[in-house]
Design a protein around this ligand. Structure first.
Ligand code: GDD
Length: 397
């Protein structure tokens, strides 16, 4: 892959928020290019060997809830062979057992692809028992099961990846129509990790475009409604601290993102669809130098946040207006309720939510549920409770 070096970076404490990078070639060939030995080069060329090395240490976590099986199969097809797919399903089991259907589809696909996989269900009591035993009850509902939500599924996936010895975790939604886009996102993850300087790194995808049909013509929209708003307030937060207006953040809601496992175990998470926005907030809370950091070792390092623009358009299932409003409220609430949120920013967020008729006059945005960093979990104790042989297929590769 041939990928532009970041042109700019906004430094916030130990965090390095890089500006958006462009892809120049999805496949940059195998021959060595003399340009790359010059200190003035402006693009990285990442060799297939380096990409393979990272991908063989990467788990791709696919959260799924009642998606069409054809889409899930397309997503699997787009995952490079060396990566391990971990599917975390919260699909219904009654009256139709959709999880069983997913399991059969994944097993069948991976048999033909000669690929290993892991598939688990969010509501399996193995998991609730394991969370209970390791004092991570905040993720459980009143019935003692893991709560509904994409973030909760992602957390389970991260723990599985860590347990299986993976160095990187990438996330891909199960409702992506284009296997080629999935493949590109993962190649972006592996290329950025192959050239990262820090072991604490994160890569977020900026979709090239989201095609829509308008008046019988295809229109390639650049910005989603939620992302536009979230980016604005994340950039305002940075600007209010640095005193310089910035628009560096372009991926405030990036569902498609990846992290080194070292970073994934250190971050706190928030519930549901606010998880991606909260990554930024928690990075600033933990490593921004405003609050005291629990990780002075990380503060001595850099935490690198890459944002890369894909070339494939992104096409996924269309969601209704209520869902969009809920996502806006959840995203802005994690900014609003953060101890690092300046009062000026809080006022602006309240005005925005009222203008969009998401909250009423005297109300505040909902208090987000947050989950403490996964490094507090005793993994050995956790995985004693889980019989992975039931779910995995490690017999082929
Ligand atoms: N395991 C699990 N549990 N998966 C879930 C759950 C759940 O409770 N709810 C949803 N999912 C899965 C969906 O099946 C899909 O694969 C993925 O999570 C994303 O859910 P969508 O409902 O399709 O989200 P979206 O398309 O509105 O938003 C996506 O893009 C946003 C950026 O525009 C998500 O990735 C957001 O997190 C992201 O911010």
């Amino acid at each position: 892959m041939r990928i532009e070096l970041p042109r700019e970076a906004e430094r916030f404490g130990s965090n390095l928020f890089y500006g958006v990078q462009k892809i120049y070639e999805l496949d940059a060939g195998s021959s060595q290019d003399t340009e790359f030995s010059s200190q003035f080069h402006v693009v990285h060329k990442i060799s297939p060997e380096k990409i393979y090395e990272v991908e063989s240490q990467m788990a791709i976590i696919i959260p799924v809830k009642n998606e069409r099986l054809k889409l899930l199969e397309g997503v699997l097809c787009g995952i490079p062979h060396a990566c391990l797919p971990i599917i975390v399903s919260n699909s219904t089991r009654e009256p139709t057992n959709r999880f069983r259907m997913e399991y059969n589809a994944v097993d069948n696909f991976c048999r033909f692809a000669k690929k290993r996989y892991v598939i688990v269900h969010q509501k399996d009591d193995y998991f609730s028992n394991a969370f209970e035993a390791t004092h991570y009850q905040e993720i459980l509902n009143e019935q003692g099961m893991v709560k509904n939500g994409k973030a909760e599924g992602m957390i389970m996936g991260i723990l599985l990846a860590k347990f299986l010895g993976k160095k990187y975790v990438g996330f891909i939604d199960a409702d992506n129509f284009f296997p080629g886009a999935v493949f590109e996102y993962i190649r972006i993850y592996s290329s950025t990790f192959a050239s990262a300087n820090s072991i604490f790194s994160m890569t977020r995808i900026l979709w090239h475009s989201k095609p829509k049909v308008i008046d019988s013509n295809l229109f390639f929209a650049k910005w989603g409604r939620v992302t536009r708003i979230t980016n604005n307030y994340l950039n305002r937060l940075i600007s209010l601290y640095t005193g310089f207006e910035t628009d560096v953040i372009k991926t405030g809601n990036a569902g498609e993102h990846a992290m080194s496992i070292d970073l994934a175990m250190l971050l706190d998470y928030s519930a549901g669809f606010s998880i991606e926005t909260y990554h930024f907030i928690n990075l600033i809370e933990q490593f921004g130098g405003i609050l005291e950091s629990k990780h002075p070792d990380v503060m001595q390092n850099a935490v690198e946040i890459y944002q890369v623009e894909s070339r494939n358009p992104h096409l996924h299932e269309v969601k209704n207006e209520e869902h969009i409003k809920e996502m806006i409220e959840h995203s802005l609430s994690v900014i609003f309720h953060s101890p690092i949120s300046p009062s000026e920013l809080k006022k602006e967020i309240l005005r925005e939510l009222k203008k969009l008729k998401i909250i009423e006059k005297e109300n505040s945005p909902i208090q987000p549920t947050t989950y403490k960093a996964l490094q507090s979990i005793d993994l050995h104790k956790f995985f004693c409770k889980i019989d992975l042989t039931k779910y995995c297929n490690f017999s082929t590769n």
